[in-house]
Write a protein that binds this ligand. Structure first.
Ligand SMILES: *[C@@H]1O[C@H](CO)[C@@H](O)[C@H](O)[C@H]1NC(C)=O
Ligand SMILES: *[C@@H]1O[C@H](CO)[C@@H](O)[C@H](O)[C@H]1NC(C)=O
Ligand SMILES: *[C@@H]1O[C@H](CO)[C@@H](O)[C@H](O)[C@H]1NC(C)=O
Ligand SMILES: *[C@@H]1O[C@H](CO)[C@@H](O)[C@H](O)[C@H]1NC(C)=O
Ligand SMILES: *[C@@H]1O[C@H](CO)[C@@H](O)[C@H](O)[C@H]1NC(C)=O
Ligand SMILES: *[C@@H]1O[C@H](CO)[C@@H](O)[C@H](O)[C@H]1NC(C)=O
Ligand SMILES: *[C@@H]1O[C@H](CO)[C@@H](O)[C@H](O)[C@H]1NC(C)=O
Ligand SMILES: *[C@@H]1O[C@H](CO)[C@@H](O)[C@H](O)[C@H]1NC(C)=O
Length: 399
């Protein structure tokens, strides 16, 4: 098994250095490399440069090798292959966070320098339409429906793995058609996308959020105790496998099903299932769909990850899009006016005050990962704000 050490920063332009004590280890771990470099007799290779592959996160280790180094003769070789096509890299292969932190800090600094720009906003209807048209030209639909998915079709996770075959029973769990078919006129006037950022705490934004026609939320946060800051209206809420694993034990017990059903009671509208886990069976989406259908009036939308991969191309994201960016993209394509709340991937706000990771305080900053390229995404959101396409609310709301 893997005895190598592997350190990588988390960016599209990163350099990963993985040293393995023998090529055979590399072969078992990174089987595809061997198609290009078959000289397995040699004892030591160093991968000197890889580029991150779409749809991957570091912990799942699916990279393209750009060059490797023969440590015996110290020459670089160039090749392509997929790392981690077989087994995921072990946990101890912790990515080098400091490079990430540097980018994060730089972004924070530059945003602080132009704080006044972030605190004011001018809409630009022309540019808003341009962005909406671009997004609406992306082929396909973000949701799996009976119409676009025949019986016998496959549902994949966000890594395009672990397909589930849609049988008759599963087909019945799909909505007949997408409720969000693109129309030339946006479906909603005003939309709020509520991120979970700690910046929402004591923001008093609840009323403003609830005044929106359609409210997007992420990952089934509790509503009741946070309405003053985060509002109570819910229309489309994302949910992902790790949430169901961590909080509801994969729905393995009756008690945990009851628990999630009670969490769903605070919600109305749609639940968007985002299958962004490699470790958890894709099947879970259908288990959740069944629980929803039998116990609630909510409707489950199964996100089509192929579609979001194309959306990721549009945003030039080298990594899998975060849920926040997915919801923002949907909102931009469906709504006339989009406001973002609770989006601020930094532990210090614009006034220098410490800000918790989530406004619900359910997790701490130590669990912040770089599975997504948050600095890149947030940079884009601030640009969209400056262009007048969406309004980022990064301070308290005036009531
Ligand atoms: C690495 O270089 C050594 C020394 O030149 C050579 O014998 C060996 O075949 C090379 N290994 C590979 C895998 O190409
Ligand atoms: C060094 O290793 C590379 C990569 O395997 C090989 O192409 C090259 O011929 C080797 N050079 C020498 C001098 O052995
Ligand atoms: C991590 O990245 C930083 C910034 O590039 C670098 O200075 C540091 O040496 C790296 N740490 C390790 C353990 O590779
Ligand atoms: C609004 O956006 C359009 C299209 O991108 C641009 O040409 C125009 O200069 C913008 N208007 C203002 C006031 O920034
Ligand atoms: C759009 O998607 C359909 C079905 O998924 C496919 O057949 C078609 O080739 C795609 N068109 C483009 C331009 O990608
Ligand atoms: C959004 O949800 C609220 C209840 O939370 C509901 O009253 C409202 O009609 C929904 N809006 C739309 C456009 O579906
Ligand atoms: C639900 O799952 C959690 C693990 O996520 C477990 O600790 C707990 O005992 C379960 N709760 C119930 C009520 O079964
Ligand atoms: C919810 O639905 C499941 C079937 O998917 C059923 O077994 C369970 O009893 C229901 N739970 C509640 C609390 O109604």
């Amino acid at each position: 098994m893997a005895k190598g050490i592997c350190q990588a920063s988390m960016f599209s332009w990163f350099v990963a250095i993985c040293v393995f004590s023998s090529v055979v280890i590399m072969y078992t771990q990174f089987s595809v490399i061997a198609t290009k470099f078959k000289m397995l007799d040699n004892k030591s290779w160093t991968i000197t440069s890889v580029s991150s592959e779409k749809r991957s996160s570091f912990s799942k280790a699916s990279f393209k090798v750009v060059s490797i180094r023969n440590t015996s003769n110290k020459t670089n070789a160039v090749g392509r292959g997929k790392l981690g096509a077989g087994k995921p890299v072990e946990k101890k292969n912790i990515p080098n966070m400091s490079m990430y932190k540097i980018r994060q800090d730089n972004l924070h600094r530059s945003l602080k320098a132009k704080a006044s720009k972030l605190l004011s906003w001018q809409p630009n209807i022309t540019r808003t339409r341009e962005v909406r048209n671009n997004l609406n030209q992306i082929n396909g639909s973000f949701v799996f429906t009976q119409i676009n998915t025949p019986v016998g079709g496959k549902y994949y996770n966000s890594f395009h793995q672990d397909p589930v075959t849609i049988d008759d029973d599963k087909h019945r769990l799909l909505l007949e058609a997408s409720p969000f078919a693109h129309t030339s006129i946006p479906l909603f006037n005003t939309c709020a996308v509520v991120g979970n950022g700690g910046i929402l705490r004591r923001s008093n934004c609840g009323k403003e959020i609830d005044a929106s026609d359609f409210v997007f939320r992420a990952n089934l946060q509790p509503i009741k105790h946070f309405t003053r800051d985060a509002g109570r209206k819910t229309n489309l809420t994302s949910l992902n496998p790790s949430k169901v694993k961590n909080r509801y034990d994969l729905l393995s017990s009756k008690a945990n099903i009851t628990k999630i059903v009670s969490a769903f009671k605070e919600y109305t509208g749609y639940i968007l299932w985002i299958p962004n886990s490699q470790a958890i069976a894709t099947e879970l989406g259908f288990i959740v769909a069944r629980v929803l259908k039998e116990n609630t009036t909510l409707q489950l939308l199964l996100a089509d990850d192929d579609y979001f991969s194309r959306v990721g191309d549009y945003w030039k994201s080298s990594k899998m899009l975060s849920t926040g960016m997915i919801l923002t993209s949907i909102a931009l394509s469906l709504c006339d006016e989009v406001r973002l709340y609770g989006f601020w991937p930094f532990s210090v706000d614009l006034t220098g005050k410490l800000s918790p990771m989530h406004y619900t305080n359910d997790i701490t900053w130590s669990s912040y990962t770089n599975a997504h390229d948050f600095p890149h995404e947030f940079q884009q959101l601030t640009e969209l704000h400056s262009e007048g396409v969406l309004r980022l609310q990064v301070s308290a709301c005036v009531v």
